[in-house]
Design a protein around this ligand. Structure first.
Ligand SMILES: CCCCCCCC/C=C\CCCCCCCC(=O)N[C@@H](COP(=O)(O)O)[C@H](O)/C=C/CCCCCCCCCCCCC
Length: 214
């Protein structure tokens, strides 16, 4: 799926997240980035109001894809190998932004925080009812996660954009995975892998004191 490609199949995207773990419970970079690219394609259908979000996600995906096509690509095969390689070689700005403003570790940390938002949002979408407002579900999930890392101006812009989200039933229909009930069931199937990826990444970053990278 290319950047900015507006064709998407959310079922495939969420299945891609399922394929992120290898048998050593390491997170494979390529399907992780593929999953994000699919989400961005879906986001692009939500209107130009989200283009500032989409651009930021695309630029972070691109940074990681550049690592994956560089001479050092093997070190970026999993999140675990990336952390070990970058730390061993002093390639991460640990305290303040300096020589490595776009290290793999800090770039993945931004996507990882966004994955927490996604997890909360999908869970609330799944368990809400037809009366619930998607915009409010999204605002609540955002405030409980990503917003804590964003300055006032981004929080304001994000909140305004969330009000443009369609009603819950339209949103679920836009997912194009069948009926509303089927879309809800698909969220239930996809969430455990997203939670697992989030938890493994969180533990990896906590173990190496990387959760506050500038
Ligand atoms: C099955 C249902 C599907 C739900 C579909 C969700 C689609 C979401 C697609 C992409 C999510 C966007 C991920 C955004 C990554 C943001 C990373 C970040 O925090 N970046 C900030 C910090 O970066 P640095 O400056 O330190 O490099 C950056 O400042 C942020 C800029 C843009 C604003 C980010 C707002 C994030 C809101 C995320 C919610 C998206 C709303 C989607 C609504 C469906």
């Amino acid at each position: 799926m290319a950047h900015g490609d507006d064709t998407y199949n959310l079922k495939e995207v969420l299945v891609t997240f399922k394929s992120c773990l290898n048998d050593k419970q390491e997170i494979l970079m390529d399907p992780y980035l593929e999953g994000w690219k699919g989400l961005v394609s879906f986001l692009n259908t939500m209107g130009a109001i989200f283009s500032f979000v989409s651009k930021d996600a695309v630029s972070k995906i691109q940074i990681m894809e550049d690592f994956r096509s560089s001479d050092q690509k093997d070190h970026y095969e999993t999140l675990q190998s990336m952390v070990s390689y970058e730390l061993k070689n002093g390639l991460v700005d640990l305290k303040k932004t300096g020589v490595y403003p776009t290290s793999g570790c800090r770039t993945i940390l931004r996507l990882h925080r966004a994955l927490h938002w996604l997890q909360l949002f999908l869970e609330s979408l799944r368990t809400s009812n037809s009366e619930s407002r998607t915009s409010l579900l999204c605002i609540d999930s955002y405030n409980a996660s990503l917003a804590n890392y964003h300055p006032w101006i981004i929080r304001k812009a994000a909140t305004m954009a969330f009000y443009a989200l369609p009603a819950r039933e339209t949103f679920l229909e836009n997912m194009k995975v069948g009926t509303i009930e089927e879309a809800v069931a698909m969220l239930g199937e996809a969430l455990p892998s997203i939670v697992q990826i989030y938890d493994i990444t969180q533990a990896l970053y906590a173990q190496h004191n990387l959760l506050d990278l500038p």
